[in-house]
Design a binder for this molecule. Structure first.
Ligand code: IMP
Length: 533
């Protein structure tokens, strides 16, 4: 009973602090400043619970993953906006999303307790089709990048080629059929070159829901696609369609509070992300707004989530601060290294490992331990996420692109680690290479972050070391509940990035969130701790 009362009190307090932090604001964007998986879903959900009228998901597609609880049941969603369980909030899937209706249908079926009356889908959204998914899974290039295999690359390639099916087309059978006819005329011969045995295996192992579209001769059965899309999916989703641009215009005029929910992370962005290990969509600030009719000038606050003191990356690609370097990248690209596998193969505890690490240097094993402690396995694929130290050099680049304030997440994972590192720059260790307007020389310190993987793979991190903390922080609700060393860590990061840190997350629950409000309050908390007040 007391617990319930306390929870209510804490929730009210959190709501008040959020109101104060966002006072006078109307449009907020939440996006990730690293490689995705930085708990932005949790932040969006908090805003849905305590502040927003509208949550608008407008980037990425079924490649994203968000884990949350509905009535005590753990649910993983990929396409539904993160405010979906809050009936007072309108949840919108915007035109910037790569919408796989089969995946969305499956997600909705997983949640029979929700009525989805608060869901709206832009009639202009592009459809990610079964052939995109199989093309992704079949392609060598996608193996190399380590994609999620959900069809993102092929969908965006078609979008750029202006070969896209819109949700609105499903309501107009003539248009849909003629587009499908045109599509197959162009692509059928290409599909026929695919190895049939391999496709069948892929469908059986990974995408059984696509079996209904398979054709022994032509690979895809056009009639089966037409029938399913027009007669099942089209009918099912018709009630959700709406015209987003006038709707948002009105919402702005009515003073509605709007949250744009990002997906993936700025360092995976198709333009700004680390080449070529990117997703194919625009997942920075401009991508979040794309096609919604809301210009950048209307955005009042961008919250950029970042994990600290450790950070993660899923899939391949450069990761300068990775624990265990290339050994870790190789290990994590093996899909059999699941959470259960790692737990079974590595029996150690933190103290034992830290002792080893002191002898040998922080390495591959440390990365595995932090992964297990942080439950760092992909929500979409179950793949182990590669771990590494917070990279302030890359973070600053992402902050600047997005004009973001920081939200630090998963701070609790590194409790107990005595020495923490922050990467503050890179030294280039390769042969001289042209970069921008000049040669970059061996052992030269980079002046600015670069997205070129060929260079990043040859960079060594320059670290600054800080003291860690041993106190449990998962029950902390305000700055004064936090240990001095953590407060100093936050203060240091604030200075290094010259960026306000607005919120901290110390656990998965909504109430495990601290709102900072100002640098002065952080300074005061440090001062009081020092004086044992
Ligand atoms: P794709 O988006 O499936 O094409 O994958 C391209 C790259 O982005 C791969 O390295 C993926 O692991 C990564 N990626 C895509 N979506 C996410 C995400 O939601 N979180 C983290 N990484 C992602």
């Amino acid at each position: 009973m007391k617990k319930e009362k306390e929870k209510k009190w804490l929730a009210n307090r959190l709501k008040r602090l959020i109101e104060k932090m966002l006072s006078g604001m109307q449009v907020v964007v939440v996006l990730c400043l690293q490689f995705g998986d930085t708990a932005k879903g949790k932040i969006v959900e908090i805003l849905a619970a305590f502040w927003a009228d509208i949550i608008l998901r407008n980037t990425g597609g079924p490649n994203a993953g968000h884990t949350f609880c509905v009535n005590g049941k753990k649910v993983i969603t990929h396409l539904l906006p993160c405010g979906i369980q809050h009936s007072h909030v309108t949840n919108i899937i915007g035109p910037g999303v790569a919408l796989d209706l089969i995946a969305l249908d499956k997600e909705m079926q997983q949640l029979p307790e929700l009525d989805f009356k608060n869901l709206k889908i832009s009639h202009e959204v592009g459809l990610l089709m079964p052939f995109h998914v199989l093309e992704d899974l079949m392609s060598k290039r996608c193996q190399k990048i380590g994609t999620t295999g959900s069809g993102i690359g092929p969908f965006y390639a078609d979008l750029a080629a202006r070969f896209v099916f819109h949700l609105n087309d499903l309501m107009n059978p003539k248009i849909f059929k003629s587009k499908l006819q045109e599509y197959f005329e162009e692509k059928e011969n290409y599909f026929k070159t695919w190895d049939k045995a391999k496709i069948k295996q892929l469908i059986a192992d990974k995408k059984p829901e696509l079996a209904r579209f398979y054709d022994e001769e032509k690979v895809f059965n056009k009639e089966a696609i037409t029938e399913y899309y027009l007669n099942y999916l089209g009918k099912k989703f018709r009630p959700y369609l709406f015209d987003i641009i006038p709707y948002m215009e009105q919402a702005l005029a009515d003073g509605k509070r709007i949250v744009f929910e990002g997906s993936q992370g700025a360092l995976l962005d198709v333009t700004y992300g680390t080449t070529t290990f990117q997703t194919s969509g625009q997942v920075e600030i401009m991508g979040a707004l794309r096609g919604t009719g809301i210009p950048f000038t209307k955005v009042d606050r961008v919250f950029g989530t970042a994990k600290a003191p450790n950070t993660t990356r899923v899939g391949n690609g450069p990761f300068v601060t990775e624990f265990g370097g290339p050994e870790s990248e190789k290990h994590c690209s093996d899909k059999t290294h699941t959470e259960a596998w790692e737990k079974e193969h590595y029996h150690f505890n933190l103290d034992e490992l830290l002792e080893k690490a002191e002898e040998k240097g922080i390495d591959f094993l440390f990365g595995i331990l932090i992964r297990i402690l942080g439950k760092e396995y992909g929500a979409k694929t179950g793949r182990p996420r590669r771990g590494g130290w917070l990279d302030e050099f890359a973070l600053k680049y992402a902050i600047n692109i997005n004009q973001a304030h920081l939200v630090l997440t998963k701070l609790d994972v590194m409790t107990g680690v005595k020495k923490l590192k922050i990467c503050i720059g890179y030294t280039y260790m390769g042969e001289p290479m042209w970069l921008g307007d000049r040669y970059l020389h061996h052992r030269e310190r980079l002046k600015n972050f670069t997205k070129f993987s060929e260079i990043l793979y040859l960079c060594d991190p320059i670290y600054e070391e800080l003291d860690g903390w041993t106190e449990d922080i998962t029950q902390a609700h305000c700055l004064s509940d936090l240990p001095l060393n953590l407060l100093k860590y936050i203060d240091r990061l604030w200075k290094l990035t010259s960026t306000p840190i607005d919120m901290l997350s110390v656990g998965p629950d909504q109430l495990q969130t601290i709102v900072i409000l100002s640098h002065f309050r952080l300074k005061m908390a440090i001062w009081r701790k020092k004086l044992h007040l």
